[in-house]
Design a protein around this ligand. Structure first.
Ligand SMILES: [Ca+2]
Ligand SMILES: [Ca+2]
Length: 164
């Protein structure tokens, strides 16, 4: 006998995504994230195990029906900083960029300004390079804060999508 709540959850999950139709994934469905994503405060996050350029990371996240991570609250920053302790010493692309105007950081999709900032000490430094194109316009996050990096460098990345 399948319980009503299970059927209801399956129905909701099937509407929202094809990921949550298997019974063993029921727990994740309750939390409101597709399989493979983890949940915090109405968002779902995933950290794919590949290193790519910042632009490629944008594309990979869209292929996963998500967007490169944005940080809107202190709680979200704190949660991810804790989570990234599991990935000690690694940096992850996220959606902050200053490609259009040097020093003006905006979230890539909405182009809304980055309001709360959690830069590492001495960052962003737009590390000196021969010309503007080769300076650092792409944001990366690690357990100890943010830094600007060369967009063509390869790092891991974090994708985010709304939960249900
Ligand atoms: Ca966010
Ligand atoms: Ca830098």
């Amino acid at each position: 006998m399948v319980s009503w709540s299970f059927v209801a959850a399956l129905t909701v999950a099937t509407i929202a995504t094809v990921y949550c139709v298997l019974p063993e994934q029921f727990h994740e469905c309750v939390k409101g994230c597709p399989s493979g994503f983890f949940y915090f405060d109405d968002s779902c996050y995933v950290i794919p195990r590949i290193k790519v350029s910042w632009g490629q990371a944008v594309g990979y996240c869209r292929a996963l029906d998500s967007e490169l991570l944005t940080i809107e609250t202190a709680a979200e920053q704190e949660f991810l900083a804790q989570e990234l302790k599991k990935h000690h010493g690694k940096m992850f692309w996220f959606a902050a960029q200053d490609m259009v105007v040097e020093g003006i950081w905006r979230w890539t999709r909405s182009l809304s300004p980055v309001l709360l900032k959690y830069w590492r000490k001495a960052q962003p430094d737009n590390r000196l390079a021969p010309d503007y194109i080769h300076r650092e316009h792409c944001g990366a996050i690690a357990e100890d804060g943010w830094s600007d990096e060369l967009c063509n460098d390869e790092h891991y990345f974090i994708c985010e999508k709304p939960s249900w």
